[in-house]
Write a protein of this length. Structure first.
Lengths: 257, 257
């Protein structure tokens, strides 16, 4: 079915004790689409992403990947679904005991899709795709700058040619130029791989660059979603305040005197 | 708060922790017989836990043996029973001091290192990254360390037994003036297979405890650097206490008439 969304969330809710983080999320991500979830810190963006990836179990609701319900799946079924995923973590989350090339081709080696020699060659190819030289392949992650670690993380995310790539705050902690380089790379590699992308960020420059569609999360719900071109005239006061970064507006930050 | 309520709360927390630990242990052990296996990681852990602990265990054992011979001589000479020193040294080392001292020393070295390594992987999202790369973190991180702990501790204790007896020999022969041939003959005559075997079984149990505690506390660490620090402390303290408790239970099982 061509109309089946790649990812579909219905009434997804998650609480930690009395704190309600997700309060009935409904979201569809179509095939080949790049959706960016925006929202302030602590609004549940990461919890939503982790729920889709199977790193957290929602309290209620439904999450479907290619029309297949993933909540309540067995570990082995979950691993099968996770084969479709690539993920760029906020801090890159590179394995610091392994060299760069082994980080990049980790998923391929884990799934025994190739031997170590081939894995090294694939890693070098993927590093080239994100603009890195072959001599980086044998370095350890601790020897790389933050921006380079993000690029290696991106190379790892695309190494197994995933169908869906998740980006968790891809530009956080980077200078504006490196952030733009990462944004360009995300757009480029997502197109090259032909993947669907779901990103979370509070960096509007990043959202504008990588999104086809933007959704805003506030108090555990999607309060607005639409094409990225419409974001400047959304007609939603919350969205306006967020994208212009104003202190005054309906979103009130808890600030201690 | 009502004192009974406080006691009840502590008791419930204890039961919860015990349940989580048993569940973690069962899951970790169950992966020993379920593929895929990671021989390269198991070997690396064996080298870390076994080979690199040799200096610590060797030094501990040699001084324990030397002190034991000296102290036994001081006491036994009051009853003209100096001839029993060789017997006391070999019995104490193989049955108790070898496994317990090696266990406690390696609990400090390996328990702390495992908790810090896995704890850092937890707080930097490396464990989440494993899941997204279709790799079961229990199978990849915990099971190889449990296998290495169970198999390497008996070998370490065997080395500790030999070095400890040698320490006693050094003091007895070069300081107390015992005849070397008689000392070795007494040692050999008094030693039974049961003494060595009981020590090796204890060592396997202690190895399991140290690895389990390191992995459990690291895997469940929360927060940042402080969380990893707490996990490291808890791993060493809980492993040390459990070693001493299980030592009594095992001694009761082996030697109680």
């Amino acid at each position: 079915m061509a109309d089946t969304p790649k990812i579909q969330l219905r009434d997804v809710a998650k609480s930690f004790g009395r704190k309600v983080v997700l309060n009935g999320i409904d979201l569809d991500v179509g095939v080949g689409e790049s959706v960016v979830i925006i929202g302030g810190s602590g609004t549940g963006k990461s919890v939503m992403l982790k729920s889709i990836l199977g790193l957290m179990t929602p309290d209620r609701g439904s999450i479907k990947v290619d029309g297949e319900e993933v909540i309540g799946m067995s570990t082995s079924e979950r691993e099968r679904v996770n084969h479709k995923f690539g993920m760029l973590f906020q801090g890159a989350a590179l394995f610091d005991s392994l060299p760069v090339w082994e980080n990049v081709s980790f998923g391929l080696l884990a799934e025994k899709r190739c031997d170590r020699k081939q894995a090294h060659e694939i890693a070098v190819q993927k590093l080239a795709q994100v603009g890195m030289n072959a001599d980086v392949a044998d370095l350890m992650p601790a020897e790389l700058s933050g921006g380079m670690q993000k690029r290696v993380g991106l190379a790892r995310a695309i190494a197994a040619d995933p169908e869906i790539i998740f980006f968790d705050e891809p530009t956080t902690g980077l200078d504006p130029i490196m952030a733009d380089v990462i944004n360009d790379l995300i757009v480029k590699v997502t197109r090259e791989v032909g993947a669907t992308a779901l990103s979370i960020t509070h960096d509007m420059a990043s959202a504008r660059k990588i999104a086809n569609r933007v959704a805003m999360l506030f108090e555990g719900k999607i309060i607005w979603q639409g094409p990225v071109e419409d974001i400047d005239h959304s007609g939603n006061a919350h969205v306006d305040q967020f994208i212009h970064g104003k202190a005054d507006g309906p979103i009130q930050m808890a600030v201690r005197a | 708060m009502n004192p009974l309520q406080a006691i009840g709360r502590v008791f419930l927390k204890f039961l919860g922790t015990t349940g989580r630990l048993i569940s973690f242990m069962t899951l970790g052990l169950s992966h020993i017989v379920r593929p895929p296996y990671y021989p390269r990681i198991i070997l690396r852990q064996m080298i870390d836990i076994g080979y690199y602990s040799l200096p610590v265990v060797g030094l501990t054992a040699v001084f324990a043996g030397m002190v034991l011979a000296l102290q036994s001589y001081t006491g036994f000479s009051r009853f003209s029973a100096e001839g029993a020193i060789a017997n006391v040294v070999v019995l104490s080392i193989t049955r108790e001091l070898g496994p317990v001292l090696a266990g406690l020393m390696v609990a400090g070295r390996i328990g702390a290192s495992l908790a810090a390594e896995i704890g850092t992987m937890r707080v930097t999202e490396q464990i989440d990254a494993l899941t997204t790369l279709s790799t079961n973190p229990m199978k990849y991180l915990v099971t190889p360390r449990l296998i290495a702990g169970i198999t390497m501790f008996p070998l370490l204790v065997l080395v500790a037994d030999v070095i400890g007896v040698f320490g006693g020999y050094l003091v007895a022969v070069y300081k107390l003036g015992f005849n070397p041939a008689n000392y070795l003959q007494n040692t050999w005559d008094f030693l039974t297979a049961e003494d060595v075997n009981s020590g090796l079984v204890k060592a396997a149990v202690f190895g399991f405890i140290v690895s389990l505690m390191g992995c459990y506390h690291g895997y469940n660490s929360k927060g940042g650097a402080q969380g990893v620090g707490t996990a490291t402390t808890n791993a060493v303290v809980s492993a040390s206490i459990l070693i001493l408790c299980s030592d009594y239970i095992l001694t009761e099982m082996f030697f109680a008439k």
